[in-house]
Write a protein that binds this ligand. Structure first.
Ligand SMILES: *[C@@H]1O[C@H](CO)[C@@H](O)[C@H](O)[C@H]1NC(C)=O
Ligand SMILES: *[C@@H]1O[C@H](CO)[C@@H](O)[C@H](O)[C@H]1NC(C)=O
Ligand SMILES: *[C@@H]1O[C@H](CO)[C@@H](O)[C@H](O)[C@H]1NC(C)=O
Ligand SMILES: *[C@@H]1O[C@H](CO)[C@@H](O)[C@H](O)[C@H]1NC(C)=O
Ligand SMILES: [Cu+2]
Length: 343
């Protein structure tokens, strides 16, 4: 065993970039931050539903598309309001930044109805899209900023009716989307209790699974690496209850406290977004208040190098479910063996 560990360490050291898909490491609401639990390593109460692996959900009919891999209800339901600034901080797993840079970020919400959100079974929930961002220019996606460690802010719709909601914030990683079934879905669900006195009734709504098809142009995308290509978001248009705005925000390490007064810059409207109608996108007159967070708990993003992602076969049924980012096949096999032994 000792020999094998030494070998593992040596191999790990020689491989360019190892590990990692990722998960929503923490969420901030008006500057108050809550850790997400590290998959398979419950730490303590969180409003983010616990997934059991950092690997992707594969396949548009997978029921894990609702809230992530084998998602379990979270213990906390945290307060928010119409117009609250919600900050999503993605992590690539322990000590890693989010590893992907290709594909959209989309945010949906669903009412928990008369059920407390920590008890709410999201199967059959009625979702409405509040936000989506894709490419920032011809060849760069906003997701690249997430990979660089940034957080992402969404200002919640102004006319949300009070009550319990799930916020389903999702990254679709499209680096393998040139094959049908290649897209990697990373949904997350956060349980919030919306206050205020809004009375909006969302329309249109979608269900998960159901909103996506494996052959949607924004999910199977042979042109994904073509700089001139326009991206078509899946999941239908943004609902009447659109986010007020969205923006990138500098990310923080898991160990550092979130400083107050973090700069926020609203995103410019993307010239390449071709579907949906986010009237909030690029609204530069909107100036969401800078977060003044309290703490940055465990499970958040790290400041280490980004890695390409690795290896885990989950919930497949389609080809190309394994990431093969610049890595010879035999490395993958060796690494899979090591990961299984080492963890
Ligand atoms: C949620 O509802 C679905 C469909 O009714 C059911 O299959 C599933 O077991 C339920 N989940 C839980 C945790 O009760
Ligand atoms: C993308 O959309 C822009 C704006 O509508 C258009 O000018 C351009 O021709 C489109 N590009 C492609 C490759 O379709
Ligand atoms: C987008 O939404 C705005 C505000 O609701 C509306 O005025 C505009 O017509 C919409 N544009 C499209 C293309 O739907
Ligand atoms: C832009 O945001 C400001 C401030 O939130 C709001 O008053 C204005 O109506 C918005 N404009 C559009 C086009 O959404
Ligand atoms: Cu991945």
């Amino acid at each position: 065993m000792k020999m094998f560990s030494a070998l593992s360490v040596a191999l790990l050291a020689t491989l360019p970039s190892v590990y990692a898909h990722g998960f929503l490491g923490q969420i901030g609401i008006d500057g108050k931050f809550y850790a997400g639990n590290v998959p398979n390593n419950y730490i303590g109460p969180s409003p983010i539903r616990l997934v059991d692996d950092i690997g992707p959900v594969k396949g548009s009919s997978n029921t894990d598309l609702i809230c992530g891999l084998s998602a379990q209800n979270a213990a906390m339901v945290v307060p928010a309001n119409p117009g609250s600034t919600v900050t999503f901080q993605w992590s690539g797993g322990a000590g890693q930044k989010w590893p992907h840079n290709t594909g959209p970020l989309m945010t949906y919400m669903a009412s928990c109805g008369s059920t407390a959100c920590d008890q709410f079974n999201a199967t059959g929930a009625t979702w409405f899209k509040i936000d989506e961002v894709g490419k920032k220019d011809a060849s760069t996606w906003y997701q690249a900023d997430i990979m660089a460690g940034d957080g992402f802010n969404v200002v919640l719709p102004q006319n949300l009716a009070p009550g319990g909601y799930l916020i389903r914030h999702e990254i679709i990683a499209l680096h393998l989307a040139t094959s049908v079934g290649g897209a990697e879905f990373y949904p997350s669900c956060t349980q919030v209790q919306i206050g205020g006195n809004g009375n909006g009734s969302p329309s249109p709504t979608v269900s998960f699974p159901g909103a996506y098809s494996d052959t949607d142009p924004g999910i199977y995308d042979p042109d994904v690496y073509n700089p001139g290509s326009n991206y078509t978001f899946p999941g239908g248009p943004i609902s009447n209850l659109a986010a007020v705005s969205e923006s990138m925000v500098p990310g923080q390490s898991a160990s550092a406290a979130f400083p107050s007064g973090t700069a926020v810059s609203p995103l410019p409207a993307s010239p390449t977004q071709t579907s949906g109608n986010n009237s909030g996108a690029g609204n530069s007159s909107a100036s969401p208040s800078a977060p003044t967070p309290t703490s940055a708990p465990a499970g958040g993003v790290a400041t280490g190098n980004s890695g390409s992602c690795m290896l885990k076969k989950r919930n497949t049924g389609t080809a190309s479910n394994v990431d093969k980012v610049n890595r010879p096949r035999h490395y993958s096999r060796i690494m899979r063996r090591i990961m299984h032994s080492a963890i």
